[in-house]
Design a protein around this ligand. Structure first.
Ligand SMILES: [Zn+2]
Length: 152
């Protein structure tokens, strides 16, 4: 596969309305223009990745499997409208969680760059030309030195 730049979308508040710890299809409400943005970036041949902190897993609000299924649903919804998301990367951790293995300090909770590093290990990403789209200071801090940042 050819190395291509990627666009990393922060999920909540960027692709979907941030209603706090959502994991059910009926809780998904796309932010206007998000799907169209992905479609345009698909035409430009970017890899499209979603990166998201989901401490609700560590806190026991939902399981990793529920989040996985929710992301499957999101990807299908987007695809139905002609927008391809190549992969989702999730940090399930939180130092103050209640669920055993996920209650820890990790290297993937944004603003740490673990999720972006993971994507770059699994896909042929050309970091030059890649960028992160987010909305908060934490998102800006995640951009991982070389990534450009777009604030919505
Ligand atoms: Zn993590």
């Amino acid at each position: 596969m050819k190395h291509k730049p990627a666009v990393f979308f922060v999920r909540d508040g960027v692709l979907n309305m941030d209603r706090g710890y959502i994991c059910k299809p009926r809780e998904l409400s796309w932010i206007s223009g998000a799907i169209e943005a992905i479609r345009i970036l698909n035409q430009e041949e970017y890899w499209i990745f979603v990166v998201t902190n989901q401490s609700g897993i560590a806190r026991g609000f939902f399981t990793e499997e529920e989040i996985y299924d929710f992301h499957e649903f999101m990807a299908q919804e987007a695809e139905r409208q002609g927008a391809i998301i190549h992969s989702f990367y999730v940090c399930p951790h939180h130092p103050e969680g209640t669920m055993g293995i996920h209650s820890c300090i990790c290297n993937c909770r944004m603003p740490l760059p673990g999720l972006i590093e993971q994507a770059c290990q699994e896909w042929p990403v050309a970091l030059d030309g890649s960028f992160l789209i987010g909305g908060t200071q934490r998102d800006i801090d995640t951009r991982f030195k070389i990534l450009k940042f777009v604030r919505i």
